[in-house]
Write a new protein. Sequence first.
Lengths: 90, 198
Amino acid sequence: MNTMINKPVNVHTLWIAMLLLTMATYAMGELGFSGAAVMLFLLLTAAVKATFIIRDFMELRGVSLLWRVIMYGWLLIVCTAIAITYIISL
Amino acid sequence: MNTATIISEPLLEESRLLPGDLAIWFFIFMELLVFGIAFVSYAVVRVQNVEMFNQYQLTLDRELGAINTLLLITASYFVVRAIHAIRINDVRGCIQWLYASLGCGAGFLLLKSVEYYEKFSEGINLSTNTFYMFYLSLTMFHFLHVILGMIILFAVTIKAQRGGYSAQDHIGIETGASYWHMVDLVWIILFPLVYIIR
């Protein structure tokens, strides 16, 4: 796991990236952006952050496929369901 | 016996075990299922109340929501640092990172309480309208999980202070960390869903 600290893409850079993505999400809200493209961007941003948490913070990289399917499957189903309902309501 | 060893070794090479106690993972999967259903319910109900949801979403404090997101992500990062510390037998460093993470958790609870105080002062409650019903129930349910996560982390920190963990034996810290990351993971979806996306 210590290799995760020494690589260029490591837990430190992922942490910074997640902070920046959160600020980008906040900025989108402050600017009052809406619409399908913005919604998909915001969901994608959340999904990227969630993937970093699952893969690198929870350390599910390399665990049995079943556990990864459950975690990434949950993320995919929730984000897809949200996206579909928002597109319906446009 | 030798045959069993030969058969099982390649399997162990192929995939790592889940960090922490396996039992916490079933608890995590159950929690994610409940939150997942709640998120999708919010999105489905919104379809029939788009104007109301868009109107009242604007009354939420996005600054506090964003700061709280930064706090939870940072709290998760600090727990990752704590695990890295204990893996090199740096018990003191591990304890410091755990307390730093607890500090972020306390900050989250404080800011969320300020947010609730503002809303309750305006006379808003669960029965005000459908949007606030979802906003309050979703965030309060999550709030309770932050408290539970902090209790688990605090218990782990106390055990670490008493010399209960080492580089060879720290499954308890991994167990607490996994639950703490789940609390962060849920908020990462909740924040844009309730505060931003419209």
